[in-house]
Every structure is written in C-alpha cells, then in structure tokens.
Design a protein around this ligand. Structure first.
Ligand code: ADP
Ligand code: MG
Length: 263
C-alpha cells in the first residue's frame, strides 16, 4: 500500500536524483511487487531496470530526432522482390552496423524511385538503434551549408562539426543544383574518408561524378578512396511508386469493366 506521504517523498527523491522514468512508474512497480509478494531486492531491481529502460528509450528518441530523417522507413517495409538485382542478404547484413564500426562507406546508385532513400533511412534507423550517432542530409542542403560556411569564414569549424557523427547519409547526389557547392562537397567527402562512415545515394553513375565535383583528377582520386572501403548497392529497376500507381490504375480500370465489376 502506497501512502500519500511516502509517494510524495519518492517523488521528491526521484526529482532530486533525476530519475524521470522511475518517477512515472514506481507506483505500478510497487503495486505489482506487492501483488506478487516480491521480495525487496527484486523490487529494487525492477525499479532500476525501469529507469535504465526509460533512459535507453529517451536516448534513442533524442538520437532519432538528431538524425533528422525526412520520413520513417524500415527494412521490414521494403519490398525486395521489386528489385531482384539488389542483394537482400547484403542489405540486411548492413543493418547490424558493422560497416560503421569498420568506417566503411555505402553507395546506393540507381534510377529515381527505386528505393535508395528508403534503404538509406532504414539503415540509418538501424544504426541509431545500435547506438550510433547518425545524421541525414540532402546533398543540395549540404552543399548550401558548406557554401555559407565558406562565405562566413567558418568552413573548418563547420567541417569539424560533422566529425562527431558515426554515419553521415548524403542523399541524392545529382549534378543539378550544387554549382560552386560541388567542389566543397568534394572536400567534405575527402575529409570524412576513414574518419567515419558515409552513405551516399545517387542517380549518377560514377563516370558522371566529375560533373558534380568539377575536377576530373580530384574526383577519380576521391572515387578511388570512397569505393576502396565501400559497399556498392545497385538499384536497378523501374520506379516503385510509378509501378504501384500503374497497378492501381490497372485495378481501377478492371473494376470499371462491365461484367467484372464487384458490385
Ligand atoms: P529513390 O531514393 O531511389 O528515388 P525512394 O526511396 O524515395 O526512391 O522511393 C520512393 C517511394 O517509394 C518511397 O516512399 C519508398 O518508401 C517507396 N519504395 C521504393 N522502393 C520500394 C520498395 N522496394 N519497397 C517498398 N517501398 C518502396
Ligand atoms: Mg532518393
């Protein structure tokens, strides 16, 4: 039986010791322990376990927010049958985060709509779950931020800021919209080499990367380095969304065919 006075004291101690997880649940844990005739030590263990779990959840939520994923995607929600050429086991294997520990890179290359961003986010979410610090950013935004940092004479500090991430996901490297940001993006990738993992999604085959970065010699040197420690995933197929809308349209038109209608 929890008296009001005892509860007030536990409340106060939880606040003082900064134990928010325990504070919100100790009543339930105490009632549960009493109903099951649990001994004091087991009760204490349950209290501590609850606080640990609540901190883990909080840390996870903070890191997910920090990663700034544009949507929630999972590998469970990815239809591998749509891309028979994509090695499913290899992709699932990447989800354990070993490539991040080894500071390897992942490059997803393929046509628009084939699920590159989906897989990139899913791998990022798994990495957060495994305790890594992850950040997702589009190539265009990154190029803009790099340009701005350069104009404001704080490029070295800006680049250094990225050093705290275990995995940086640069989404949609394409040759449009980067302009003078291209060479800075090159510098970003070069600095990151072997310091941390990079996951790049792109619709450009490697031979066209010079159009983004500008300099042919520098680009081939960078590609050499990046791909040396990289898992390259080729997304070859039609746009998933396009295929789905095609199927929907087909289903609709079949519904409207006289005699086949379900009504
Ligand atoms: P890309 O980055 O290659 O242009 P996206 O990852 O943005 O493609 O995919 C476009 C949309 O289609 C997203 O909503 C994504 O979740 C979905 N999608 C693409 N491929 C698949 C797939 N194989 N299984 C499930 N959803 C997919
Ligand atoms: Mg994309």
């Amino acid at each position: 039986m929890i008296t009001d006075a005892a509860a007030a004291i536990v409340d106060m101690y939880c606040k003082e010791l900064k134990l928010p997880g325990l504070r919100s649940t100790y009543g339930d844990i105490a009632r549960d322990a009493a109903s099951r005739g649990q001994n004091h030590l087991s009760f204490l263990a349950a209290c501590l376990a609850q606080e640990i779990e609540s901190r883990r959840q909080h840390r996870l939520a903070t890191r997910l927010a920090l990663a700034r994923f544009p949507a929630t995607k999972t590998l469970d929600g990815f239809d591998f049958s749509a891309l028979p050429g994509l090695p499913k086991l290899k992709v699932l294997g990447l989800a354990d985060g070993t490539f991040i520990r080894e500071r390897e890179n992942v490059i997803c290359v393929g046509n628009p709509g084939t699920g590159k961003t989906h897989v990139a986010i899913a791998l990022g979410v798994s990495a957060v779950g495994a305790g890594y610090k992850v950040r997702f950013i589009s190539a265009v935004t990154l190029a803009q931020e790099l340009l701005l940092a350069g104009q404001e004479y704080r490029l070295p500090r800006y680049l250094k800021g990225w050093g705290s991430y275990d995995l940086v996901i640069v989404d949609e490297l394409g040759y449009l919209g980067l302009g003078p940001g291209g060479p800075l993006l090159f510098q970003f990738c070069a600095e990151r080499y072997e310091r941390g993992s990079l996951l790049i999604t792109t619709n450009l085959e490697f031979s066209r990367w010079t159009e983004v970065f500008g300099d042919v010699t520098l680009t081939s040197a960078l590609l050499d380095r990046l791909t040396h420690h990289a898992q390259i995933l080729i997304f070859q197929g039609e746009s998933y969304r396009f295929n789905q809308s095609k199927e929907r349209l087909k289903a609709l038109s079949e519904d409207k065919t006289p005699g086949i209608s379900q009504q």
